[in-house]
Design a protein. Structure first.
Length: 271
């Protein structure tokens, strides 16, 4: 019996990384569904690639569930989900908080991940296990003063992904994270020429798509890859935090029940 084609859902699927990834996956004999907020462009791209397009605001939990149900009904199964939609902060960091912009970035960059995982989980389990790859950012690992809300949401998405990954792994779902540096997509907007003027190298969308595919193929649960120009994607090694110490000064591990999902070297484990 020939094995069935695997199906992947990509959110932010018609943006720079999403589209480059879709092309890679199609070349690998995946069936692809693209989900995005931009319906007009989405339908155009989907027609070109002959794939399913799903209008989706990732900040809407019910819509995430509907998108997954649509992929399952269309392709019979869902094997891989790339939670990749995202936006930059749309406000001056020194100005009073603009609640509309604040909620928009939380929706796209954080809820897009928490809601996306919630929606994908049952379908991936039904497919016998599967993969989730989250597009975070280097800005989630190092502060980005130019866009604090972007840093915050990417950091939160990264933390949530790492913490939920062991639970997903128990259900046969491997979740990993990719943290790209600056890349040449519409997201960086006018920053592009500043990088060019400064001679600062930036990634291509294809570089990042290759890293997303690598994470899909090879990553361990909860691992994060850093992608920077001039180097292959690198697994990021998170540093230990100082351990708790008892009155004698000996380091003490977090009780097993409370740290059951903390792999060695994670916070709570003596270093
Ligand atoms: N380009 C970079 O320098 C860079 C670096 C690190 C991380 N990232 C992250 O990579 C991901 C992809 O970004 P990109 O560079 O391809 O940007 P992009 O702007 O080309 O693509 C982002 C896509 O997400 C879609 N989107 C935005 N909000 C959405 C929502 N609420 N629901 C559904 N879709 C939505 C947009 O319509 C767009 O098609 C984002 O999460 C971004 O934060 C980008």
């Amino acid at each position: 019996m020939t094995p069935r084609r695997r199906t992947a859902l990509i959110t932010g699927g018609i943006g720079g990384f999403g589209l480059a990834l879709a092309r890679l996956l199609l070349g690998r004999d995946f069936t692809v569904a693209l989900a995005d907020l931009d319906v007009e462009q989405g339908q155009k791209v989907a027609e070109e690639l002959d794939v399913l397009f799903i209008p989706l605001d990732v900040g809407d939990l019910a819509a995430n569930h509907r998108a997954v149900a649509l992929v399952e009904s269309h392709y019979n199964a869902l094997d891989a989900v790339f939670l990749n939609a995202g936006i930059v902060g749309r406000q001056d960091p020194t100005a009073p908080l603009d609640m509309k912009a604040y909620e928009a970035i939380l929706d796209a960059n954080l809820h897009g991940v928490t809601y996306g995982i919630d929606a994908a989980k049952p379908a991936l389990r039904r497919a016998g296990g599967g993969r989730i790859v989250v597009t975070a950012s280097l800005a989630g690992l190092v502060p980005m003063p130019g866009d604090p809300l972007y840093s915050m949401t990417k950091s939160a998405a990264l933390a949530y992904s790492r913490a939920i990954a062991p639970h997903l792994a128990e259900q046969g779902i491997t979740l990993s994270i990719v943290c790209p540096g600056f890349a040449d997509t519409p997201l960086i907007g006018p920053m592009r020429s500043a990088f060019e003027d400064a001679g600062f190298p930036i990634l291509t969308a294809d570089d990042v798509a290759a890293a997303l595919l690598l994470a899909h193929d090879e990553a361990e649960a909860g691992s994060a890859y850093v992608v920077q120009p001039g180097s292959p994607p690198m697994p990021y090694r998170f540093r230990n935090v100082p351990a708790a110490r008892d009155p004698s000064g000996a380091s003490v591990a977090v009780p097993t029940g409370l740290s059951a999902h903390s792999p060695a070297g994670e916070p709570g484990q003596p270093s």
